[in-house]
Every structure is written in structure tokens, then in C-alpha cells.
Design a protein around this ligand. Structure first.
Ligand code: ATP
Ligand code: MG
Length: 577
């Protein structure tokens, strides 16, 4: 490809709406252009990268024994009703109607469709296990599309679904996919960590996410990990707590209601009573699928919303607003301000208590009266009846590893893929069954396995860049090398450059010749920004018969004969995999 013909417009500046490096660089270097919120054009450079990621994914999926197919992007409502997700999925599901007023949706994922395909064609245990996958655009009306390709509304995903007759089949395929994923991300030049995670809207029990660890804002997930190999996403992580004062008997020897003026926050309350927050029971109001829920937790700890949502069995969660809390209190006959809320006296409301609440004794708790608290309280004083205890606590760094007891550390990660054990979550409600050896019909035992193709490409930019631009891993770079004659008017430079370029092409290297009549500074800047893994410059050093060979990843510059530079690149490209 000649640079003068390459369809690319680099920008002088980063786009103003870009918050993270991959979005900034991919936009500025001319890989993507935004069409509308969370929807991007993949321009030729980007498409080359995406196709390379896809090729690696395909290759490893095929090697792992999976079979590719392609399902429609538009899906009928009926299958989603069968699975129960037409109601449950929420606003991320983009719903539409056709001219006959039939309801449809844009595919955010394809469990329903694949289960219907299996139901049609997988009738006997003899046909299983089987794993079917596709690579396709998905649409999710994300609440906050952001970070360019990392969280788009339209994005490219590889989704695979396995069907088996036993948990053993599933465990085997889960491991098989785990290993394929490890190879895929490695080949894409990414170090990933497989962490335990919540199974969220898709459901099921066991699941892992493959995370690219990053210390930038692009890492949307907190990953807790330990030297012992334990690692989990914050929505799934558990910990043991270090010793703490959880019995307030030293401070309060009887249960009574006292005045606590202006103690709207836990800090103010601690200061006023001169107590640690570990002997306060905190009450929070959340709205889960439109219904209020009270969450109780030891006051020095934070509620993890996904855990709470799962404890309630909901699909959407948010913290209640002050007016909502006031209204809830009024409906229960209280007229306190929100800072003084407590669980006592609420009727017909779901209450979930974190496990930390079990250990509290002689504690302090809001009593739904402004400027008052109950002190020296015990659970029986609250007259709550049966309480549901769950782990709804957000783990913090420094708490103790559930497996080995050492302090946990925290880092951030970008989820590039995940694997789920679905079990019969879809096959049962959709009545997707096969005939077993004994002639009985049984639901398939399913797994599902996703990789964000476009997110993986963006994550590679997050992991490989410097201030000047992208440093593509060779295996997914849009082109392997660029040949830059310093001056296109210099005949020797042009002829050496052209010869190198042609030789590279003849040997299967994807090369670009920068034939533009531009200043060398401009050409080098563009080369760095676009992120060619190798640059060969034909300039002044040609007087001694040499060119300059530059490795983008390390910044290394080596002077060598043109033939040697060509040979090095050919070798490097041969060794990809
Ligand atoms: P997230 O928690 O980041 O929203 P998810 O759990 O919704 O991800 P899945 O439904 O399992 O993700 O989708 C499989 C893969 O698709 C993810 O691992 C991720 O790489 C990718 N993906 C999901 N949502 C997006 C998005 N909005 N933009 C780009 N890629 C995405
Ligand atoms: Mg999501």
C-alpha cells in the first residue's frame, strides 16, 4: 500500500469527547469515526486490525473443536418471552416493531436463538457435546456508552454456546474454552488474568472473566487478587475481615433512644458519640426493578450493588433518591429525614442484611426519628422477624483472602472475554431437550463463551502505546511495516525504499511505502501515531549504504543494510503465532 493512497485522515488533536487512550488514539490516528453515540465506523486500518483479531479467534475456536455459524442480528420477541428475558433484560435491549407491528429486538447476545437452533437439530445424546460460535455485531443500548470501542452500543463479539448431556461435559468444555482463550489473548499480544465473576443477566453459576490488567481509567472493573492465585471481580469477590470492635457494650450498657442532633452521616454520628463506625448498623435504600429494598450493613463497609441485586433476584438496581426515601418513610408512618433511617417498623419491604450484621451487638442504629438514634441495640430490639443474611459487601484491599488469609490487593481490569456455565438456565424454560441413552428427554447442559472483538483491539491499544501513538503487537497490527524515504525527490532514497517495499510484499509482509511529498517529521509522526511495528527509513545514511531500522515497541534504532532490514521483518512476520 502506498501511503498516498491509504484511506486515512489523521487528526491534529484528540477528539474532545475521548476520555481514554484507546479512544483518543484510534480516533486521532484515523482508525475509527463516530457515527452516533456509541456507534463507530471502522475505517480501513481498524477493519484490518479487527479482521486479524477475528482470524486469531476463529483459528483457536476451530482448533478447539467449535463450529462457526451465523445467526440473524434481528430477533423475534417470541423466543425472548420463552426464556423470560423479554421482561427481564431491561433497557439495554433495543426493541423495535416491523410493519406488521410484530415486536423484535436487536441481538445483544444470542442464547435464545442458539437454544432454538439446538432444539430443532440436537435430538439425541449421540450428537453431543457440541460447541457452536459466531462472530457478529451486537447492539446494546448501554446506559453510558463511553471509551470508544471499549463500551460501544454496537460492537463486535464472538459468542460461543456449548451443549452437552452432563456437568462433566460442561466442565470439560469450560476448561477447553479457558485454554483457547488463554491462547487467543496471548496471540493478540495481551496478558490476561482469568478472574471469578458474577454471572449477571446471563445467569448460571460458575463464570470467569478474562481481564487485561491496566492502571488507567479504561479499567472499568476492580479486580481483587492474592499471591495465592485467588482473583475475582469486585461483584464476586469475597473476603474475611480483620478483627474489629463489633460489640458496643463498652460504650452503651442499655438499649435506649437518645438525642443525636445533626448526625446525618456516619462520620458525624461517630464523632458525636465518640465511637468507631464498626458498632453502627447502617441502613440504605435501593430500588431494585422499581421496588424499594432495605440493605443493612456494618457502617464501615460498603454495599456491592450487583451482590445485593442478585440477593433480591432482580435485574436492575440503583440507590434511592432522597425524595424516594422520604416518600417510603412517610408511607410507613415516619417523617424523619433520610439520614436517620433504620429498619425498625417498616412493613412489607424486602430487607437484606449483610453477614457483617450477624456479629453486631449493643450497636447504634437509626430509628426513623430525626436527630435520634437507638444505642446499645441488639437485633431483637429491632423486631425484624426473619432476616435474610447474604454477602452484599464490597471487598476492600487489605481484607483477607478467602482462600489463604493473606491481605488482598486490588487492581483494575478491562474485561475482554468471559466464560459461563449456564447449566439448564435456557434449555429448561425453552423446553430444549434431547433423548438420552435411556430414552428419556432431558434439557441440554449449556455453557456460553464471549469475546469482545472490538474491545480486545481497543484493549491492545490501552496496553501498548506511548505519548506518540499506538505500538501494535505485530500479530494484530494493520500493517507490519512502513518504509519511509526521507525525501521522495531523492532518487537513490526512492529506489532503495521501493526495492525494499517490493521485496517485503513479495514475501508476504504487509508493508506501506510512504511516498508522500511531506517533511520527514510529519512522516515519522504519522508512522508513530498509526503504530507500525517496524519502520525503515531510507535517508542520509544511504551514503554509507545503510538504512535506519526502528522497532516501535522498544524505540530501538539500528543502522543496517537494507537487505538485512528486509530480512529481519520477513523473519518476524514468519514467526507470528
Ligand atoms: P460488561 O460487564 O463489560 O458490560 P458483559 O458482562 O455485559 O460486559 P457479555 O455480555 O458477557 O459482557 O459479552 C461478552 C464480551 O463482549 C465481553 O467480555 C466484552 O469483551 C464484550 N462487550 C460487552 N459489552 C460490550 C460493549 N458495550 N462494547 C464493547 N464490547 C462489549
Ligand atoms: Mg454489559
Amino acid at each position: 500500500m502506498k501511503m498516498s493512497k491509504l484511506f486515512v485522515q489523521t487528526l491534529r488533536e484528540f477528539p474532545s469527547d475521548a476520555e481514554v487512550v484507546s479512544h483518543k488514539m484510534l480516533a486521532r490516528a484515523g482508525y475509527i469515526r463516530k457515527l452516533t453515540s456509541g456507534v463507530y465506523n471502522y475505517l480501513p486500518l481498524m477493519w484490518r486490525v479487527l479482521r486479524k483479531v477475528e482470524t486469531i479467534v476463529r483459528d483457536e475456536m476451530d482448533k478447539a473443536g467449535a463450529q462457526e455459524l451465523l445467526m440473524p442480528f434481528v430477533q423475534p420477541k417470541e423466543l425472548w418471552v420463552e426464556s423470560g428475558r423479554w421482561e427481564a433484560y431491561g433497557k439495554e435491549l433495543m426493541r423495535l416493531k416491523d410493519r406488521h407491528n410484530r415486536e423484535m429486538c436487536l441481538g445483544p447476545t444470542h442464547e435464545e436463538i442458539i437454544t432454538a437452533i439446538a432444539r430443532d437439530g440436537l435430538k439425541s445424546y449421540k450428537q453431543m457435546p457440541v460447541n457452536l460460535y459466531q462472530i457478529q455485531s451486537k447492539f446494546r443500548d448501554e446506559v453510558r456508552p463511553r471509551f470508544g470501542l471499549l463500551r460501544g452500543r454496537e460492537f463486535i463479539m464472538k459468542d460461543a454456546y456449548s451443549f452437552g448431556t452432563s456437568q462433566e461435559d460442561l466442565d470439560k468444555e469450560y476448561k477447553n474454552m479457558w485454554e483457547a482463550y488463554t491462547r487467543i489473548f496471548k496471540r493478540c499480544g495481551l496478558d490476561t488474568k482469568a478472574v471469578q465473576s458474577d454471572s449477571g443477566a446471563i445467569g448460571g453459576s460458575v463464570s470467569h472473566e478474562f481481564m487485561v490488567i491496566t492502571d488507567t481509567d479504561a479499567g472499568e472493573n476492580d479486580v481483587f487478587y492474592c499471591e495465592c492465585d485467588y482473583s475475582a471481580n469486585s461483584n464476586h469477590a469475597v473476603s474475611n475481615l480483620p478483627e474489629a470492635v463489633v460489640d458496643g457494650e463498652k460504650y452503651f450498657n442499655e438499649c435506649k433512644i437518645i438525642d443525636t442532633p445533626n448526625t446525618h452521616s456516619i462520620e458525624q454520628l461517630c464523632e458525636y458519640l465518640n465511637i468507631p463506625s464498626t458498632i453502627i448498623l447502617k441502613t440504605l435504600v435501593y430500588i431494585v426493578d422499581k421496588n424499594p429494598v432495605l440493605a443493612l450493613i456494618r457502617a464501615d463497609k460498603t454495599v456491592e450493588e450487583t451482590k445485593l441485586m442478585n440477593a433480591v433476584g432482580g435485574m436492575e438496581i440503583r440507590i434511592a433518591t432522597s425524595p424516594e426515601i422520604e416518600e417510603l418513610m412517610q408511607n410507613n408512618g415516619f417523617n424523619a429525614v433520610p439520614g436517620f433511617i433504620g429498619p425498625k417498623g417498616f412493613k412489607d419491604i424486602t430487607i437484606i442484611a449483610d453477614n457483617t450484621v450477624k456479629d453486631l451487638k449493643n450497636f447504634v442504629v437509626g430509628i426513623n426519628e430525626t436527630d435520634k438514634h437507638m444505642v446499645g441495640a441488639n437485633l431483637s430490639d429491632l423486631e425484624l422477624g426473619e432476616i435474610k443474611y447474604e454477602d452484599i459487601r464490597l471487598v476492600e484491599a487489605g481484607e483477607l483472602c478467602p482462600e489463604c488469609g493473606k491481605p488482598l490487593k486490588v487492581t483494575r481490569g478491562i474485561e475482554v472475554g468471559n466464560i459461563f456455565q449456564l447449566g439448564t438456565k435456557y434449555s429448561k424454560p425453552m423446553n430444549a431437550v434431547y433423548l438420552d441413552k435411556d430414552g428419556k428427554s432431558k434439557p441440554y447442559i449449556m455453557g456460553c463463551y464471549g469475546i469482545g472483538i472490538s474491545r480486545t483491539a481497543a484493549a491492545a491499544v490501552e496496553a501498548h502505546h506511548d505519548d506518540w501513538g499506538i505500538k501494535w503487537p505485530l500479530a494484530i497490527a494493520p500493517y507490519h511495516a512502513i518504509i519511509v524515504p526521507v525525501s521522495t525527490k531523492d532518487e537513490t532514497q526512492m529506489s532503495v525504499a521501493t526495492k525494499m517495499y517490493e521485496e517485503l510484499l513479495a514475501n508476504g509482509v504487509e508493508a506501506v511505502l510512504d511516498d508522500r511529498d511531506e517533511r520527514p517529521g510529519v512522516k515519522f509522526k504519522d508512522a508513530d501515531l498509526i503504530g507500525f511495528p517496524f519502520r525503515v527509513t531510507a535517508g542520509k545514511t544511504l551514503q554509507e549504504g545503510n538504512v535506519e531500522f526502528v522497532i516501535r515497541e522498544t524505540g530501538e534504532k539500528i543502522t543496517m543494510k537494507p537487505e538485512e532490514a528486509v530480512q529481519r521483518i520477513i523473519e518476524a512476520v514468519k514467526n507470528i503465532k
